[in-house]
Design a binder for this molecule. Sequence first.
Ligand code: HEC
Length: 101
Amino acid sequence: MTRAMMSVFLTLVAVSPALAASDPIEGKKIAKRWCATCHVISPEQQTRASADVPSFCDIAQRKSGEQLKTFLIDPHPKMPDMSLTRQEIADIVAYIETLKP
Ligand code: HEC
């Protein structure tokens, strides 16, 4: 394998969603920054912008990790498309899964 081919290969490995390790701590940080304006993202959070936005605890009980990933790749019209990267999505989903009862 040439050096150039090797670096292409390594880049593919690095961005491949299946191989990216998801990090719930990072997911919580992203959720605080991008999602907490509308959603209650953790049991400690007291305030939320709107009563019709489901909390992350509530979402965790109703949705599987796969459903969340699909939703976040192509969000619902009522929710802004935040153009999350696959890594950010994996991290957020890992965090939401920690909220399952
Ligand atoms: C501008 C407000 C807003 C922001 C910011 C926002 N959301 Fe939402 N989100 C909503 C609303 C409103 C709904 C409910 C949509 C509906 O029921 O039609 C929703 C629904 C969802 C759902 C689906 C819940 C279900 O019951 O199907 C998920 C998952 C979700 N949001 C995750 C996130 C994540 C992760 C972030 C941060 C990256 C985020 N949201 C940021 C407003 C927002």
